[in-house]
Each structure stands twice: as C-alpha cells, then as structure tokens.
Design a protein around this ligand. Structure first.
Ligand SMILES: [Cu+2]
Length: 263
C-alpha cells in the first residue's frame, strides 16, 4: 500500500519536465505523469525486494550447503506474466489515446487540404506528409493558423514568413494563435524539437511535413535539432520567441521593412 501511494505521490508531484508552453503540453504531461507513476512503483518495489532478500536470505554462520532447489511455480508465473501484460496493454492504449488527442491520428489529406487553403503551400507536388496536427485542440479558427515555412539544413533552421516574405533565423510566434509549420530539409533528415511545446517532428528532404500547434505562454524557448545530422548537429539550435500580438506585429513589420529596403 505504502509502495502504491509512494509511487503515486512521486509520479504526480515530481515534475521533471520543463515549462509547458503549448496547447498540447498538458495532454502530453498527463501521459508522462502516469508513466512516471508506474515506473516509480516498479522501481521502488524491486529495490525493496532486493534489499529484503539481501538481509532475509543472507548466509548465516555455519551455513555451507546450497540452498533448496526450487523449480517451477505455476501461479507465480501466471502472475508475473499477467501483471506486465496488463500494464503494457494499458500504456499502449493510453498512449494511443494521448496521440489521438494531440491530433496525431488525423488523416494526412486533412493536413493537405488545410495547407492548400494557404495559397503559399500550393507549390510543390502537393503531397504533404504527416506530423502532429493539434488542430483538434483549442483552435477555434484553424483557417486562421499562421503559415510559416521551415527549411532545415546542415546546420541551421530558417523560417520563411509568407506574410511579409522574409526569412528569419529566429522563430517568432504570437501567443494563443494557431500556427502551421510546413517543414522541409535541404540535405539530410533533421528534427524540429521544442521541449517546452512537447513537440518533435522529423524534417525530411523532398517530403514536406506539417506541424500544427498553438503556443500558450510567452517566453524564449530553445529549438533543437533532434536527429543526428552531421558533425555540427550539436550546434544546430535556434530560438522560438512567443510574444504578445502587438510585439509580434511590430517584429513582423520591422522585418518586412528591412527586407524591402534591402532590395
Ligand atoms: Cu540537424
């Protein structure tokens, strides 16, 4: 009993994750807490059993023979097969449910339709490959999602803003606004990862992938390439800046001016 409650308390109260800054972060964190709870119960249970056995079954003075030879215990074997089977099945089904709630199970052509509503995304062969589409989340006007093109290359991410037609090395997003990233790589496979958003998506050469999400907290968060992509993979980092609608508009405007005056 103590074990169960100890595991539950640690799983629910010890937070190992960074700040959750997107609409799907709370959903993801729910799964993480359940997994940490199960893991803690198993870990503590095993440690307790090992320590107990070390003391209870230690060699006493004068003991020289072997222990009793015990072979087979049907009920014990059924028990230790059934419990992990139930736990694994539960985790599998629950993970599926979480992925579904994060929008991961939406059909791909849904993304394609979504994306083609932005005329900018019509270029290319039109085939859009998967990615988490959190459009089922609190995104009342999905059509109002801000489209941004992400180009990954050795060893940087570039963000092209169709509105204003400029390229930035830093990703700026307004708070509480749905975003659609259309990502493609110029060379090898990279992965776009923002731990604070609880999102990670491969960026592949020749196969655009889509990431739909809504940032919910202002701040600066790291963008990390999460796919070993070459010698400087470790340095392939950028920053996402989530800001208020006004700051975002100012930033958008200042960049548009710069890029037009340079032409
Ligand atoms: Cu990379």
């Amino acid at each position: 009993m103590g074990l169960l409650f100890g595991g539950l308390w640690i799983g629910q109260n010890i937070n190992l994750l960074p700040l959750g800054a997107s609409a799907n972060a709370p959903i993801y964190d729910e799964l993480f807490k359940v997994l940490l709870t199960i893991g803690t119960i198993l870990f503590l249970g095993m440690v307790v059993l090992v320590v107990y056995s070390l003391i209870r079954f230690r060699r006493r003075p004068g003991q020289t023979g072997d222990g009793a030879a015990i072979e087979g215990n049907l009920s014990l074997e059924i028990l230790w097969t059934a419990i992990p089977a139930i736990v694994v099945l539960f985790v599998g089904l629950y993970s599926y449910d979480i992925y579904e709630r994060m929008g991961g199970m939406q059909p791909l052509n849904h993304h394609a339709n979504d994306a083609s509503s932005h005329e900018h995304f019509n270029s290319g062969n039109g085939r859009i490959w998967g990615g988490i589409g959190s459009s089922s989340l609190a995104t009342p006007q999905q059509s109002a999602a801000i489209p941004i093109d992400v180009t990954a290359m050795q060893f940087a991410f570039l963000f092209h803003y169709p509105k204003g037609d400029f390229i930035s090395g830093e990703l700026h997003l307004p708070k509480n606004q749905p975003v659609t990233l259309r990502m493609e790589s110029k060379d090898v496979i990279h992965a776009f990862w923002v731990p604070e958003f609880r999102l990670k998506q491969d960026v592949i050469p020749g196969q655009p992938t889509i990431l739909n999400f809504t940032p919910t907290k202002t701040g600066r968060y790291p963008i990390i390439c999460a796919e070993l992509c070459g010698p400087y993979h470790g340095g392939m980092r950028s920053t996402v800046v989530v800001e208020g609608a006004e700051e975002y508009q100012d930033w958008l405007l200042s960049n548009t001016k710069v890029s037009t005056s340079e032409k």
